[in-house]
Design a protein around this ligand. Sequence first.
Ligand code: ATP
Ligand code: MG
Length: 412
Amino acid sequence: MTEALQPARGTHDLIGEEQRRFAYVADTARRIAAIYGFDEWQTPIFEDTRVFSRTLGETSDVVTKEMYTFDDRGGDSVTLRPEGTAGVCRALVTNGLTQSLPQKVFYAGPMFRYERPQKGRYRQFHQIGLELIGPAEPLADAEVIACGWDILKAIGVAGNTVLELNTLGDKESRQAYRDALVAYFTDHKASLSQDSLARLERNPMRILDSKDEGDRKIVANAPIIDEHLTDAARAFYDGLQQHLARFAVPFVRNPRIVRGLDYYGHTAFEFVTQKLGAQGTVMAGGRYDGLVAEMGGPATPAVGWAAGIERLSMLMEQAPPAPAPVAVVPIGEQAEAAAIPILQSLRAVGIRAEMAYRGNLKRRMERANRAGARAAVIIGADDLAAGVAQVKDLGSGTQHAIALDKIAAHLS
Ligand code: ATP
Ligand code: MG
């Protein structure tokens, strides 16, 4: 026998309950984003590698370790998208939309990162995301967060998540904070991990984000940004908190949330859960006023978030139920011919209806039960002659003769 092939490491098939959870998350997010005025965009799944290397920063984990990058047959370097924001900003510029602001973008789709697969961490995973491009006001940040919160509520996972909020201030605040961090971590150089020593040179704020146990102990006493905020940065952060209260979105402060790239400023936030072990961040976002310019467009303020569909699906307590069809059950060949227009009349009004391709009454009823059918329309020769069929409720077991042209209405 030929060897059966396995899915590539870190990828997974979505079948049955898993697919229903997944679709529910994406459909719910799409619906609520639309209510908030966001339009869905679809950008390509692979892009010119520079779309990501430029915007994610040459030294970020994603660019240095996680990207699926290869030369195509024509010798061009392309990359499977590791995240959605860079492609949306590229599309904003290439479609000439930088003068038509605001743009309110929703997206959903696969992302690719070469990571060590574990629970909640895959090589092909899927994200939903929002980008609100144009407004510089903290009200925009609050509204983007409020929409995310509403999505978490609608999916039924809000009770298990907490919004952790931070500010990264403006450029001036960050420069002052950076100096304070360098001074502090330089004093503790001897106990920092290899990775964090490298970060101390290139991007000291990223040390705050370290997952290394030893680093975390040092980070616990590191200075926070507050005393370095300029008046303008503080006013922005105060405004955001007031607006979040008006939107009735609860949050806690987490001064350790960073984004670590220069064009991220002011708002940084994560919705986190205790229920998924180490992979506790379900939704993450912030303000990235410098990114569109990085993509060759004009300076354009923007704020957004992305959430992992797999992690949200796992958090959902109950899976959406499997759909219960109506089974059409003809008895005999003649009845089968008459059953087809009845089958189609059910489908025409939106009822999920199925008819087996063969089998006697007993077999077909067994099949209907296995398929979880809610009702069976049993069509025998005598009933047909009288212009009726037997409609049996498979939950209660009750059965009624119903006129053929009333069956669809009866089952609706
Ligand atoms: P982490 O710290 O878990 O690696 P990240 O900071 O790399 O997350 P982001 O780039 O902010 O993640 O992506 C936003 C969200 O996408 C995450 O909060 C998570 O829900 C999801 N996500 C990121 N990487 C993966 C992955 N490899 N598999 C599944 N979901 C992921
Ligand atoms: Mg990661």
